[in-house]
Design a protein around this ligand. Structure first.
Ligand SMILES: Cc1cc2nc3c(=O)[nH]c(=O)nc-3n(C[C@H](O)[C@H](O)[C@H](O)COP(=O)(O)OP(=O)(O)OC[C@H]3O[C@@H](n4cnc5c(N)ncnc54)[C@H](O)[C@@H]3O)c2cc1C
Length: 415
């Protein structure tokens, strides 16, 4: 979440901001952001031990860490955390980071915005945007079209940024975006405990292996240039083979592409800073304001991390930043306290979650505890949902799975 590996690129501002935000998000949504300890083995011939130690020291101190425990050295030859690894590792480190349920976080952000007056239109695509004193937008929702106007347009379409510029804005000038694909694989779990591993690859990258949905291990990512429509992005066979090879190089368990139970890929739209390799392009966000005379402004969002989404949004709505004369608003760190985004999602979430799980458990259903936990997580904002769950339980005391999972699915839609 904080981005330890970005330190070696010298992206201190990004890492500091991410580490500060990591703690903010842990307080804000502890039901969606989970602390996780990572094991980083030290490997002969890769980054020297002093570099790892220094990097972790900086990582521990750069962002004013308060909640998470600090890094520590590990004797991997004797520590049980070394057991899943190949025998060649003698020692390494363990450090703190977090795992975020990104899908739930997005739903919660949208629900929160709606409660504060935003109009959220899901399954709605902007298919044309014409500029004048205001923007005139053609929107399409499930085949139905309607018009909207806007004083400012923000292109925050992420991987679709370039397509939005060419197809929707009709601008032939190339946006300075670089599309970078990252693929992941999921295999049956490689280890029993709840730590993640981060291993160093021959090509000077790092690959993580994380406990995932209880019974699995999530392994990623790759870094490949991408062109085309991000809607169709899939891991390529060579990326799956690469992730299997990295796993086999570092872990005792052996995996091959046939052991992959699920794989998925994502595309990052990074600001093209002229770097040659995809892994060297900054992951920092860049806001570019285009404000021609007498025409409505266009703000384009490049790059960014989930961890820093609040800061990005604060800067995007900060008049001192986004709406000033300059065209590029980068590296400013001026997010105004006036625009601070909410910090109160967590209120009661944990207890609601526990209550929901308890209610569902009493429903005499045969669901295993993990399913109940997921149902509870899906209902983490669930004051009213809890009432519904109780009503369902009263109506169908032996309803079992039908009552439980029908309700949980609807809860998931609503956040
Ligand atoms: C492989 C990979 C690994 C990553 N790992 C991390 C990590 O460990 N930590 C971290 O913090 N971040 C990570 N990120 C970055 C993180 O995923 C992104 O920063 C984040 O998803 C960007 O959010 P976004 O809202 O800008 O874009 P998106 O989440 O992609 O949203 C863009 C939205 O625009 C919509 N859209 C597109 N075109 C139109 C249109 N014409 N009209 C209306 N809507 C449109 C799309 O439907 C989509 O919903 C990773 C990214 C990738 C690809």
């Amino acid at each position: 979440m904080g981005g330890l590996r970005y330190l070696e690129h010298g992206w201190l501002r990004l890492v500091r901001e991410a580490l500060i935000e990591r703690e903010v998000m842990l307080r804000m949504a502890p039901h969606l952001i989970r602390p996780m300890r990572f094991v980083l083995p030290s490997e002969p011939g890769r980054r020297p031990a002093w570099m790892l130690r220094l990097g972790l020291f900086v990582y521990d101190h750069l962002g004013g860490r308060q909640i998470l425990p600090p890094a520590r050295a590990l004797d991997l030859a004797n520590d049980p955390l070394g057991a899943p690894l190949n025998g060649r590792y003698q020692w390494g480190f363990e450090y703190s980071d977090c795992f975020a349920d990104d899908a739930r976080l997005v739903v919660l952000a949208a629900v929160d915005a709606a409660e504060r007056g935003a109009v959220i239109r899901t399954r709605t695509r902007c298919i044309r945007a014409e500029r004048g004193a205001v923007w005139r937008l053609m929107l399409e929702t499930r085949g139905r079209r309607d018009l909207a106007t806007a004083r400012i347009l923000v292109n925050a379409t992420g991987p679709w940024l370039k397509l939005f510029v060419s197809r929707v804005l009709g601008d032939r000038a190339a946006a300075p975006a670089r599309l970078d694909k990252g693929s992941h694989i999921v295999v049956r779990r490689l280890f029993e405990h709840d730590r993640g591993y981060i291993v160093q690859t021959r090509d000077r990258r790092v690959v993580f292996a994380l406990p995932f949905e209880r019974d699995f291990t999530l392994i990623g990512t790759t870094d490949q240039s991408f062109a085309g429509d991000p809607s169709d992005v899939k891991p390529a066979a060579d990326e799956i083979a690469y992730l299997c090879a990295v796993t086999n190089e570092h872990f005792r368990a052996s995996v091959s592409p046939v052991d992959v139970v699920w794989s998925f890929a994502g595309v990052r739209a990074l600001y093209d800073d002229g770097s040659r390799k995809a892994q060297d392009v900054s992951r920092d966000y860049v806001l570019v304001l285009d404000e021609p005379h007498r025409e409505a402004p266009l703000l384009t969002v490049y790059g960014g991390k989930i961890t820093t989404y609040r800061r990005l949004a604060e800067q995007a709505v900060d008049p001192r930043c986004a709406y000033r004369e300059s065209r590029t608003c980068m590296d400013q760190g001026v997010a105004s306290s006036r625009w601070r985004l909410p910090l109160r999602w967590h209120r009661g979430a944990r207890s609601e979650h526990a209550q929901v799980a308890a209610v569902l458990e009493r429903g005499a259903c045969a669901a295993p505890p993990a399913r109940l936990w997921h149902a509870g997580r899906a209902r983490a904002r669930a004051g009213s949902e809890l009432g519904r769950a109780r009503a369902l339980h009263r109506r169908r005391p032996h309803g079992g799975r039908g009552a439980l999972f029908g309700g949980a699915g609807m809860g998931a839609e609503r956040g």
